[in-house]
Design a protein around this ligand. Structure first.
Ligand SMILES: [Zn+2]
Ligand SMILES: [Zn+2]
Length: 316
């Protein structure tokens, strides 16, 4: 029931840096990381009927058990036995990858391999958008203008978020946010959290309805809870340090009816991500700032660590 894939592109994600540093989810080393994979089908097992040799495919890396409490309730991403390709199982920083057929999704053949490899991050953002609950006319703030923030920006825009504000310290990423539909971009560099909150209040005429933390940075997590207007929502999407603690006033959550949510991975959203990419609703090629051959995987990880890369792709 497996599919042998010749890897064409594999995105480098912040998670890969965590895995390299030994601090995140990986069960054992050595490990071939890489969970944002596209490629061409080279061979299929006898029982495989969802793809054929030559197809361009993307891989949903998150393999859940299918039989536990959460899997049976349509929430496979919360499966305690979930193991991810490129995290616990061998991943896409390689020439070939074997994946179970049910994790493999045929992509439009005219999509660039780098764009097809963005299926996984886009599918996570589709889940995040579902949980953010944006309705047309909702003032929305996205903290972080990296590849995830810029995908969420485009999805939020199509949901009618208005105005749409992106907070990002790097000029190049702010420029990209503007070109992809942000109404206002704010440089948080040198602003204290109180000043940043004031700027966001001004930009949204009284505070955002929806706040999406998409940076994984501590300062963003700290500021996020104080941002929404009454009745608003804060969505934690970025991967924060597991040990980080931030103060919370339960009275404010109660009195202002603040909704606090987290969005983890991509439950049943991969085919929706394919539609989003196929129709060009989310532009991912402008996000790909760096391309590396497989031999330069270390340089690819360095580029992401330095923060200058929006999205780096390894292309074996
Ligand atoms: Zn990732
Ligand atoms: Zn399960």
């Amino acid at each position: 029931g497996d599919v042998l894939i010749r890897v064409l592109a594999c995105g480098v994600c912040g998670t890969d840096l965590r895995i390299q540093a030994g601090e995140f989810l990986a069960e054992s080393y050595p490990l071939i990381a890489g969970h944002e994979v596209s490629g061409r089908v080279e061979a299929v097992g006898r029982q495989v009927d969802n793809c054929t040799v030559g197809d361009i495919v993307a891989v949903n890396p998150n393999v859940s058990c299918g039989t536990c409490y959460w899997c049976l309730r349509g929430r496979p991403h919360l499966c305690p036995s979930m193991r991810a390709i490129g995290v616990a199982l061998p991943g896409g920083f390689a020439e070939y990858l074997a994946a179970p057929a049910r994790q493999v999704l045929v992509m439009p053949s005219d999509l660039a391999p780098e764009a097809a490899a963005m299926m996984e991050p886009v599918s996570c953002c589709v889940h995040g958008l579902d949980l953010a609950g944006i309705t047309a006319g909702d003032p929305t703030v996205i903290l972080g203008g990296g590849s995830i923030g810029l995908i969420l920006l485009q999805l939020a825009r199509h949901s009618g978020a208005a105005p749409l504000v992106v907070v990002e310290p790097l000029q190049a990423k702010r420029d990209l946010a503007c070109s992809l539909g942000a109404d206002v971009v704010i440089d948080p560099s040198g602003l204290c959290l109180e000043d940043l909150r004031r700027r966001i209040d001004e930009a949204t005429a009284g505070g955002p309805q929806v706040v999406i933390e998409a940076s994984g940075h501590e300062a963003a997590a700290r500021v996020a809870l104080g941002l929404p207007r009454r009745g608003g929502t804060v969505l934690f999407f970025g991967v924060q340090q597991p040990s980080l603690e931030i103060p919370l006033r339960p009275f404010d959550v109660y009195h202002n009816e603040i909704t606090i949510r987290g969005a983890f991975t991509n439950p049943l959203t991969d085919s929706r991500a394919r539609q989003v990419l196929a129709a060009g609703r989310v532009k991912v090629l402008p996000l790909i700032s760096h391309r590396f051959p497989l031999e330069e995987i270390a340089a690819a990880l360095d580029a992401v660590r330095a923060g200058s890369a929006v999205k780096a792709m390894v292309m074996p």
